[in-house]
Design a protein around this ligand. Structure first.
Ligand SMILES: Cc1cc2nc3c(=O)[nH]c(=O)nc-3n(C[C@H](O)[C@H](O)[C@H](O)COP(=O)(O)OP(=O)(O)OC[C@H]3O[C@@H](n4cnc5c(N)ncnc54)[C@H](O)[C@@H]3O)c2cc1C
Length: 464
């Protein structure tokens, strides 16, 4: 039987980061990934000769290489990767749209957002400045119980419209809860999006994944693709062996699972009956529509921003819609609109809306295909009201739904941001099993990688 010091389940970004950190210090480490390629929620596929990214709109937490203490640069140091050689493109400018013409633009320079708040909400600028000061000093990584961000922001800002406009992008890019958000998570996301900002790595997500995989392997780490884990053999409340769908058993000293807590509970439950996963199944899922348009059409639509976060619902509520999709709110992303990116013959327009997993799951296969077309069309109609009509010019379109996300990542209910209950400590009922990634509590690409590294430092290296 093969035997490893450390087995990591999942070759997404948290698994790769954890693997690199362990391999760097000489551990015999194996990553088990059920798919044929790495990346998980943030991966890629090919259609009609084009490489399409599954997730990447933008990475958060931008920092120039000189900012030594910035999370992005700390992450690179921990992984022993050169930050200077990692070329990045910063966002141009993004905007938050709400009803009645309310619009707030922001970039990687906080002064733009500050000026916008002063222009749109002059009576609230002093309170906004105090909020920024508070967030600058605040440590969100202390293990506090869940606290309502909305209540706290009501106290701090006393302006319903402003607080909802600030919450909207942070919720869309990192909130597993409906209706409200944990205040600590709000602070993490505020720092990541408004204080640090959006960027893209040079090239595409495949280049980034290749960089991580090449580095991991060069350090002696092993990865097996098409190796889905089925369950654990447990002895004395410890994982003894990891059992694959194929029946193969792999002995493991310690195990880090990045597949989400509901799936991890299933691995543990195989010998003691079905697992109680209900409380850990998130409800926030999304539909993503990728449109490829001819470059010359760029000037015909409003396409000078990087990301537009729009909400036309009154009152505003971040929640799972009753219908298949809520096109009244969403994210419009132009992944080609970052500084110093040369325009190509085509450009991409990606649109994301909240979507209902149960509704999508209920469709029969033919109905599913029809509904994808129908909702992509409704989306184009609504998004066209904001940026101008593009529907007739689409060269290629692909749509993925909550069930696509569940199928390709194993995330219960297609919930990208995972369980509404986060396991901040990363511990489980089994002494040598730890959780990293989305359900541990850090979200997004940089967040997932930080989670992998942090859990290794804390539980394997026993650093405080
Ligand atoms: C549409 C979309 C857009 C996004 N946009 C952005 C963005 O612009 N910026 C950003 O920062 N973040 C974005 N994200 C979020 C980001 O992708 C995730 O937060 C991050 O990648 C999560 O990484 P992870 O390692 O925790 O989990 P995952 O990526 O889910 O990795 C888990 C891995 O485990 C594997 N696995 C599952 N079950 C098993 C099993 N039984 N055995 C073996 N392996 C298994 C899966 O195949 C997967 O590879 C987006 C996500 C989506 C879906």
């Amino acid at each position: 039987m093969a035997s490893y010091d450390q087995v990591i389940i999942g070759g997404g970004l948290s698994g790769l980061a954890a693997g690199i950190r362990l391999a760097r210090f000489g551990y015999k480490v194996l990553i088990l990934e059920k798919h044929a390629i790495a990346g998980g929620l943030n991966s890629y596929y090919y259609r009609q000769g084009r490489l399409l990214e599954t997730g990447l709109h933008a990475m958060t937490n931008y920092a120039p290489p000189v900012s030594k203490s910035a999370p992005l640069n700390r992450l690179f140091r921990q992984l022993k990767l050169s930050r200077k050689k990692f070329l990045t493109h910063q966002q141009l400018r993004s905007t938050i749209y709400f009803p009645d013409g309310h619009a707030l633009s922001f970039s990687n320079d906080l002064e733009l957002l500050r000026g916008e708040v002063a222009r749109l909400f002059p009576g609230s600028i002093n309170r906004f400045n105090s909020l920024v000061e508070l967030i600058d000093r605040y440590d969100p990584f202390v293990n506090r119980p869940w606290r309502s961000a909305k209540d706290r922001l009501h106290e701090l800002l006393d302006n319903e419209r402003l607080l909802n406009m600030l919450l909207w992008p942070l919720m869309m890019y990192g909130n597993c809860n409906e209706h409200d958000m944990d205040f600590d998570q709000f602070v993490i996301m505020f720092q990541a999006v408004f204080l640090e900002g959006f960027f893209r790595p040079a090239g595409n997500i495949k280049d980034f994944l290749d960089l991580l995989l090449g580095h991991y392997r060069a350090l002696g780490g092993e990865i097996r693709f098409r190796a889905p884990v089925k369950h654990f053999a447990i002895v004395d409340k410890q994982v003894n062996t990891v059992v694959l769908e194929s029946g193969e058993e792999i002995a493991a000293g310690q195990v880090i699972s990045t597949v989400g807590y509901p799936a991890t509970l299933q691995f543990m439950a195989s010998e003691s009956g079905p697992a109680e996963t209900a409380g850990y199944r998130g409800r926030m899922s999304f539909i993503e529509i990728i449109n490829i348009l001819p470059s010359e059409y760029r000037k015909k639509i409003r396409s000078d921003e990087t990301i537009i976060f729009y909400n036309l619902d009154e009152p505003f509520d971040y929640c799972c819609p009753d219908e298949a999709v809520n096109v009244n709110c969403g994210v419009i992303c132009f992944p080609d609109n970052f500084h110093d990116l040369a325009p190509g013959a085509e450009f991409q327009l990606r649109v994301t809306h909240p979507a209902n997993y149960q509704v999508w799951k209920s469709y029969a296969p033919e109905e599913y295909a029809t509904m994808k077309k129908l909702w992509a069309d409704r989306s184009a109609g609504k998004v066209g009201e904001i940026i101008g009509n593009y529907r007739e010019k689409v060269l290629y379109q692909d749509v993925f739904t909550p069930t696509t996300i569940e199928k390709f990542t194993g995330k219960a209910n297609g919930a990208i941001y995972g369980s509404p209950i986060k396991l901040k400590e990363g511990t489980t009922p089994l002494a040598n099993l730890f959780v990293a990634g989305t359900d541990q509590g850090y979200l997004g690409i940089v967040g997932a990688m930080l989670s992998g590294v942090t859990m290794v430092n804390k539980h394997i290296f026993k650093e405080n």
